[in-house]
Write a new protein. Structure first.
Length: 468
């Protein structure tokens, strides 16, 4: 299929109106996960969005099926399926801070606002209309393209687990639920739980309690501690010095004979720890500096400071730092920590490159912990990798380059996992273009109509090229 025909098809102003109308219909159905019912495994919201999307596809003259209310299927023809396009209709909750009604899609100056316009209802509408375009253009195909409308991507992907437990994978799968140009590598992971316990202590000064972090995949923005045996005036100069050294903030208050410490950092996704300030490791830096008694809790905290010095986001001190050319460097975020009178427990979140395995990662970390009397438990998660020279990746990159004018687009390696993480040969393809912030999962989520239209053209070409 040549580009001129696809451009001409999409440059008809009616297509843009159809696109905006399709996105609007999907966004206006609130599809946050709810309690399951016999006919709605992820609650009534996602199921209603599925019904609406299938109705839309049927109106477009495409062949549809509701797969046990887990996913919807839209097929281009009755031939053997060669391509799965995988996206989702469920959304995360709206949160607060919206300037518009999150479940009433509005357009302003070429930008659509509403929950799901970018993640992932806009991209789903684009893929659906691209299938319609392929049909309208009468492209002779030798294989089927199937759009799979998921309904549980945001809460564990039980939708596609159900589907793929019963149906074969397609030779090619792309998921417009991430970034252009194409993501072909998703790192593996290693997120062990480590800890140590001890008998009741009496020595002072010592740390009585610590709590830091709230979610494994977030750089902890806050951590707090209680300390006995020192007063606030003794502690403050250390806080000042450590604040300067780490970029974290400290507040110190006296509370019934103990000192209460609060440390404030900056949150970021655990896969990009350099963008955050880790409050747990900043607090450990402070403990290492304070004149604490030599007792079990102090030794444990100082050991953790040695293994996770503030700013070491690559696992250098733990001994697992590594990188390779295809997938980049290992990243590490010490994200959860708790200490009380009987011991301590923590977790870190590391995203590991393809070269990482048990021998150079898990085993090394476990013996580093063992040197300080800590135990560590947890297995490594496998990476996802599709060869950059595979026909799928090369074809998608070519489609992207053709319509964007970008030259030599390179596939991306990321630390996070996408919808295709467990699908052999699957890649993420769109719909975020570099330079546009869709505010996904946040207030005022947005999508550019121009970008979505561009995605429609790219998908149309991709379906033609992969299925003919
Ligand atoms: Zn998504």
């Amino acid at each position: 299929m040549d580009r001129a025909k696809i451009e001409a098809y999409w440059n008809d102003p009616q297509r843009t109106r159809d696109l905006v109308s399709a996105v609007t219909r999907l966004v206006n159905v609130k599809s946050v996960k709810g309690s399951p019912t016999p006919d709605a495994p992820f609650g009534p919201g996602p199921d209603a969005a599925l019904t609406e999307a299938l109705k839309l596809a049927e109106e477009l003259g495409l062949s549809i099926a509701n797969y046990d209310h887990y996913v919807g299927l839209v097929d281009l023809n009755g031939r053997e399926t060669r391509l799965h396009i995988l996206g989702h209709l469920d959304v995360v909750g709206e949160g607060s801070g919206w300037s518009t009604d999150p479940y009433s899609c509005v357009e302003k100056d070429g930008i659509l606002y509403g929950r799901g316009v970018s993640d992932d209802k806009g991209p789903m509408a684009a893929a659906l209309l691209a299938m319609k375009a392929v049909q309208d253009l009468g492209v002779p195909l030798t294989a089927n393209a199937r759009l799979i409308l998921g309904t549980d991507e945001e809460s564990g992907s039980d939708d596609i687990a159900y589907y793929y437990a019963r149906e074969p994978y397609a030779p090619y799968t792309f998921s417009p639920d991430a970034d252009f140009p194409v993501i072909n590598i998703e790192k593996g992971s290693y997120k062990p739980t480590f800890g140590k316990s001890w008998d009741t202590e009496t020595a002072i000064p010592r740390i009585l309690a610590v709590d830091g972090g709230f979610r494994i995949n977030v750089v902890p923005p806050e951590a707090s501690a209680t300390l006995t045996g020192l007063d606030t005036e003794q502690v403050k100069p250390f806080c000042k010095a450590v604040a300067e050294q780490t970029g974290a903030g400290f507040t110190v208050t006296q509370e019934q004979g103990t000192v209460r410490l609060r440390c404030t950092g900056k949150n970021a996704h655990a896969a990009s720890p350099d963008s955050g300030v880790n409050a747990i490791t900043a607090l450990l830096t402070l403990f290492a500096a304070l004149p604490l008694a030599d007792c079990e809790s102090t030794r444990a905290l100082r050991a953790l400071h040695t293994l996770f010095p503030h700013g070491d986001n690559r696992g250098q001190a733990l001994g697992i730092a590594q990188s390779d050319e295809t997938s980049g460097a290992l990243t590490l975020t010490f994200s959860l920590f708790h200490l009380d009178a009987s011991g301590c427990k923590g977790r870190f979140d590391s995203r590991v490159p393809l070269c990482a395995g048990e021998n150079n990662c898990k085993n090394v970390a476990e013996s580093a912990f063992a040197r300080y009397g800590f135990t560590a438990e947890g297995n490594m998660g496998t990476p996802h990798y599709v060869d950059a020279d595979s026909p799928l990746v090369k074809t998608l990159l070519r489609c992207y380059e053709t319509y964007t004018g970008v030259k030599n687009a390179k596939p991306l390696a990321i630390g996070g996992g996408t919808y295709v993480h467990d699908i052999p040969g699957g890649v993420a393809f769109g719909c975020d273009f570099p330079g546009f912030d869709p505010k996904m999962h946040a207030a005022n989520e947005q999508a550019s109509v121009g970008n979505l239209l561009l995605a429609c053209k790219i998908f149309t070409q991709a379906i033609c090229d992969l299925c003919s």
